[in-house]
Design a protein around this ligand. Structure first.
Ligand SMILES: *[C@@H]1O[C@H](CO)[C@@H](O)[C@H](O)[C@H]1NC(C)=O
Ligand SMILES: *[C@@H]1O[C@H](CO)[C@@H](O)[C@H](O)[C@H]1NC(C)=O
Ligand SMILES: *[C@@H]1O[C@H](CO)[C@@H](O)[C@H](O)[C@H]1NC(C)=O
Length: 258
C-alpha cells in the first residue's frame, strides 16, 4: 500500500513538471525521455560582455561556499576582468567532466584592456582571496591572449593561486600565452600557503624567446605542495620554478620546447 501510494504521487508529479516546463500535456509526449535528458544547465556565456561580472556574482553570492561553477563544454568565455574565487571549497570546472575528452574543456580567454603604460588585464582566474582555502580549478583551458610579438605587461599570471590558503587544487587545466610573467603562479602569501596540488595540467607556450619577454610554466611558492604529471611545452623562462616551498614534492613532470 505505501508503495502504491508513492508511485501514484510520482506519476502526478511528473505530469505537472512536464506541462509546466514544456507547455504541453503529458499525454502528447511520445515517451518519458524528456525527463531523462534534463540536466542542470551549465553557466551561460551570453551576454558575453557581462560574463565575468555574472560569474563573479555567482561566486561571491551569500551561501556560495562549496559552490561548483560548471562552464559549458566546447564554449569560449571571453572575460574583461579576472574571475575570482570567493569562498572555501569552491570549484570551477566544465560540465560533463570527468567523462568527456579533454578537447571539450571550456576556454576562458583574457580579453580585458591593455593600457598604454603596460598595465592591464592579465589574470584569468584568481584564487588568492583570504577565504580561498580548498578551492579547485579543473578541466578548463586558459587562453592568456598575449598578442604575437607583444611583450609582457605588469600584472599577475594567467592563474593566480595561493596566498593565505591551503589545500588548493589545479588539475587537468591547460594554460597558455600569459600576458604577464607566468602561466600558473601559486604565491606564498604571508608564508601560510600550504599543500597545493598541481597535477595533470598541460601548460604552454608561455612568453616568447625575445629578451625580457619570457614567462614561466609553473611558478611555485607554497610549502608542502605536490607538482605531479604536468606537461610543460614552450615555457621561455623556467618550466617549473620553485621559490622556497619547503616540503614540496615535484615529480613525474615532462617538458620541452615548443
Ligand atoms: C596605467 O594606466 C591606467 C589606465 O590609464 C591607470 O589606471 C593606472 O593608474 C596606470 N598605472 C600606473 C602605474 O601608472
Ligand atoms: C569566509 O567564508 C565564510 C563562509 O564559508 C564566511 O562566514 C566568512 O564571513 C568569510 N570571510 C570573509 C573574510 O569573507
Ligand atoms: C598524466 O597526465 C596524462 C595527461 O597528460 C594522463 O593521460 C595520465 O592519465 C596522467 N597520469 C596519471 C597517473 O594521472
Amino acid at each position: 500500500m505505501p508503495g502504491r501510494l508513492l508511485s501514484t504521487l510520482l506519476v502526478g508529479t511528473v505530469s505537472i513538471a512536464l506541462s509546466d516546463s514544456l507547455g504541453t500535456s503529458a499525454a502528447s509526449l511520445p515517451n518519458c525521455l524528456a525527463i531523462v535528458r534534463q540536466t542542470p544547465s551549465c553557466f551561460p556565456v551570453d551576454p558575453q560582455d557581462t560574463v565575468a561580472d555574472r560569474i563573479n556574482a555567482a561566486l561571491s553570492a551569500p551561501g556560495a561556499t562549496g559552490f561548483s561553477l560548471k562552464l559549458c563544454p566546447d564554449t569560449n568565455y571571453p572575460i574583461s576582468a579576472p574571475i575570482k574565487f570567493a569562498f572555501p571549497n569552491q570549484e570551477i570546472t566544465t560540465q560533463g567532466f570527468p567523462g568527456l575528452d579533454l578537447s571539450h574543456r571550456a576556454t576562458i580567454t583574457v580579453n580585458g584592456p591593455i593600457n598604454a603604460n603596460e598595465t592591464g588585464h592579465s589574470t584569468a582566474v584568481d584564487g588568492t582571496c583570504d577565504n580561498c582555502t580548498s578551492v579547485a580549478l579543473r578541466y578548463v583551458q586558459i587562453q592568456g591572449n598575449r598578442a604575437a610579438g607583444s611583450g609582457p605587461i605588469v600584472g599577475g599570471a594567467n592563474l593566480e593561486f595561493g596566498g593565505n590558503n591551503q589545500n588548493q587544487v589545479i588539475e587537468w587545466v591547460h594554460s597558455e600565452k600569459p600576458r604577464s610573467w607566468s602561466c600558473l603562479h601559486v604565491a606564498e602569501g604571508p608564508f601560510t600557503c600550504a599543500n597545493a596540488l598541481i597535477q595533470n595540467n598541460d601548460i604552454g607556450p608561455c612568453g616568447s624567446d625575445v629578451f625580457g619577454q619570457w614567462a614561466d610554466g609553473i611558478s611555485l611558492s607554497c610549502k608542502g605542495s605536490t607538482v605531479f604529471n604536468n606537461t610543460i611545452i614552450g615555457a621561455t623562462d623556467g618550466g617549473i620554478v620553485i621559490f622556497g616551498s619547503p616540503g614540496s614534492w615535484v615529480h613525474g613532470n615532462t617538458g620541452g620546447f615548443a
